[in-house]
Design a protein around this ligand. Structure first.
Ligand code: SAH
Ligand code: DHB
Ligand code: MG
Length: 218
């Protein structure tokens, strides 16, 4: 099936129930103007993250992989008064674009971006977090997931983006580094009795991919 229909359906729900205000649309424009890769979550996925933060009543959120702050804005806007979000980003240029986007969206007061390789900044963080969204370099997913587990409260939610990648995750012939990173993370989760997890395949503006959802027992 062509991606065209998936995009049209994403657009239909964006225009009807998902909604996206000027600041979110501007965040995407600013990212494009700055030459950042067009790999943020779709509006529908951003809204899902927003709803998960609300449903879970999350007050402390951690994000790995900020890019232009698009997913960051969706989640930050779901925080209750006093809630905070820390987002980790390797590229100073991305962090700079994100900070301007967060400002325009009115959430810079509740979001802190820490620049550096996430595996180096994660050890300096103090948990517990209520929800962690992992969306950076996929080959480091096993390490990110282990840190997310360590930094989560019992009952904490962990979401991992891009775990399907056009089906590569389940293709034994694929030597794609990203797919291997996802698979090593999945093996780790499969062996971990402290989490309950599932993965959902998605189509849409970002073609065929999927996300993983886990909750830390406790
Ligand atoms: N969550 C964003 C998209 C993130 S794209 C959204 O949906 O809007 C992935 C981001 O991870 C990129 O900005 C990339 O620079 C960053 N990244 C790559 N390697 C990283 C690392 N080792 N540590 C932290 N961030 C990294
Ligand atoms: C890529 C990264 C993402 O986080 C994403 O949602 C899509 C693609 C990438 O690195 O290609
Ligand atoms: Mg992603």
């Amino acid at each position: 099936m062509a991606d065209g229909i998936w995009e049209a359906v994403d657009r239909y729900f964006l225009d009807t129930i998902v909604g996206q205000d000027a600041a979110l649309a501007e965040a995407q424009r600013a990212a494009e103007a700055a030459g950042l890769p067009p790999i943020s979550v779709t509006a529908a996925q951003g809204k899902l993250l927003h709803l998960l933060v609300r449903i879970h009543g999350a007050r402390r959120v951690l994000e790995v992989g900020t890019l232009a702050g698009y997913s960051t804005i969706w989640m930050a806007r779901a925080l209750p008064p006093g809630g905070t979000l820390i987002s980790l980003e390797y590229e100073p240029r991305h962090a700079e674009v994100a900070r301007a986007n967060l400002d325009r969206a009115g959430v810079s007061g509740v979001v802190e971006i820490r620049v550096g390789a996430a595996l180096e900044t994660l050890p300096s963080l103090e948990g517990p977090f209520d929800l962690v969204f992992i969306d950076a370099d996929k080959e480091n997913n096993p390490g990110y997931f282990q840190w997310a587990l360590r930094l989560s409260r019992p009952g904490g939610v962990i979401v991992v983006d891009n775990v399907v990648r056009g089906g590569k995750v389940a293709d034994p012939a694929s030597a794609d580094a990203d797919a291997l990173g996802v698979r090593r993370m999945v093996d780790l989760i499969a062996a971990e009795r402290q989490v309950a997890a599932t993965a959902i395949q998605t189509v849409g503006g970002k073609s065929y991919d999927g996300f993983l959802l886990a909750v830390v027992n406790g």
